[in-house]
Each structure stands twice: as structure tokens, then as C-alpha cells.
Design a binder for this molecule. Structure first.
Ligand SMILES: N[C@@H](CCC(=O)N[C@@H](CS)C(=O)NCC(=O)O)C(=O)O
Length: 202
């Protein structure tokens, strides 16, 4: 197996953190998703990272599919509960964090990929509203708890760590730390895990 990805993508980081937590050996091959010459397109028609290349040459995407697969192939450090409500709850946290990131990526695409004359302030504001609402919902849902779900470390915590790691990386002026000190302390604790230290965005 190998993982196609970049060092800045929070979705790639999610997969890399899961690989590290589950001690699955899988090299990262850096690709530029935005380059028309990228080999990524042959494996993922959507041209997005992460993309997992299997030993038989088959490809797997997106990050939610990949992490669920990785969690299923090793019993070590189960990150997704077996099924039912508990599993849906963890995945709902994942959807919330991914949604925050999707909105953030759209804002960045608007400001880095679109010609200035075509940029829409209203569109950016709409996406910013989603980020702010997701931040507030995560802070509210987490409260003062040590872990998001199940009273233990799960994929929900991995996703929250990746979301806020990226928000700090790309939007350092966002006031989430000052607005939500308990959330900031929780994220700081997560960032001390080797899996997060090894995958700092750059
Ligand atoms: N839902 C996808 C999102 C992946 C995604 O948006 N990746 C970005 C990098 S952060 C990308 O490859 N963008 C290139 C493009 O949209 O063409 C996942 O979870 O894997």
C-alpha cells in the first residue's frame, strides 16, 4: 500500500494520524493535486488527495472511506465503534469536522485559484459562516470532556485535531482559541500525541 497526498491537506493528515495510531506501515507519496500533470488523476478521477493505492494497484478514496478501511484491517487501537448509534455518533463528528474543512478549503480556493475579478465576497462569507457555526457546535458538543465520544480516544478526536490543526495553520487569525478555552486545551492535549506531532501541516 502507499498513500498519495500532500503535507498540508487536513484530509491526508486524518489518514496519516490513523495509520500512525494503528501502527500500519504505509509510505506517503507526495503529489500536487492541482497540477494537470499529476499522476493522481489516473487513480482518483476526482483529482483529490488522499488516495490510497492498494498492493494490487486498486485505488481507494476519500478520507472517510480510507480511515474506515484502515480501522477494519487491524484490531490495534480501534477508532470506530462496531456499529449502531455509537458508530454513527463518531462519524457525525467526522462529518462536522470535514464540513468545516470543506468550507475552509473553498475559501482558500476562492482566494488562491480564482482571478480576483471573479471572487465573491458573499460566497466567502457564506463559507465563513459554516466554519464559525461548526467551531461553535464542536465547542458546545465537547464541553469540558476529555474525549469527544465513548469516553475514550476515537476517530472523532482524530478529526477534531486535524480540523483545528488546519484552521490554525491556514487561518491563524481565527479567534476560536480565545472564544473556546476548553476546546483549545483539548486540542493542545491532542497535539502532544506522536501521531499529531509527526504529521504537523507544512
Ligand atoms: N472529501 C474528501 C476531500 C478531499 C479534498 O478536498 N482534498 C483537497 C486537498 S485538502 C484536494 O485534493 N483538492 C484538489 C481539488 O479539489 O482538485 C476527502 O475526505 O478525502
Amino acid at each position: 500500500m502507499k498513500l498519495l497526498g500532500s503535507l498540508a491537506s487536513p484530509f491526508v493528515r486524518k489518514v496519516r494520524v490513523v495509520l500512525a495510531e494503528k501502527k500500519i506501515d504505509c509510505p506517503l507519496e507526495l503529489v500536487d493535486a492541482w497540477s494537470p500533470e499529476s499522476a493522481l488523476q489516473q487513480s482518483n478521477p476526482l483529482g483529490k488527495v488522499p488516495c490510497l493505492i492498494m498492493d494490487d494497484g486498486g485505488a481507494m478514496f476519500d478520507s472517510r472511506v480510507i480511515v474506515e478501511y484502515l480501522d477494519s484491517i487491524s484490531p490495534l487501537h480501534k477508532l470506530i465503534p462496531a456499529g449502531g448509534r455509537a458508530s454513527a455518533e463518531v462519524k457525525c463528528w467526522e462529518a462536522l469536522c470535514d464540513g468545516l474543512l470543506d468550507a475552509g478549503v473553498l475559501i482558500r480556493v476562492e482566494s488562491t485559484q480564482r482571478p480576483e475579478s471573479l471572487r465573491s465576497a458573499a460566497w466567502v462569507a457564506r463559507q465563513q459562516g459554516k466554519i464559525d457555526a461548526a467551531v461553535a457546535a464542536i465547542a458546545r458538543g465537547l464541553g469540558e470532556r476529555q474525549w469527544a465520544c465513548e469516553g475514550r480516544y476515537t476517530l472523532a478526536d482524530v478529526c477534531i485535531g486535524c480540523a483545528f490543526g488546519w484552521l490554525s495553520f491556514r487561518f491563524p487569525a481565527h479567534p476560536w482559541r480565545d472564544d473556546h478555552p476548553a476546546l483549545a486545551a483539548y486540542v493542545d492535549r491532542l497535539m502532544q500525541r506522536p501521531s499529531f506531532i509527526e504529521t504537523m501541516p507544512q
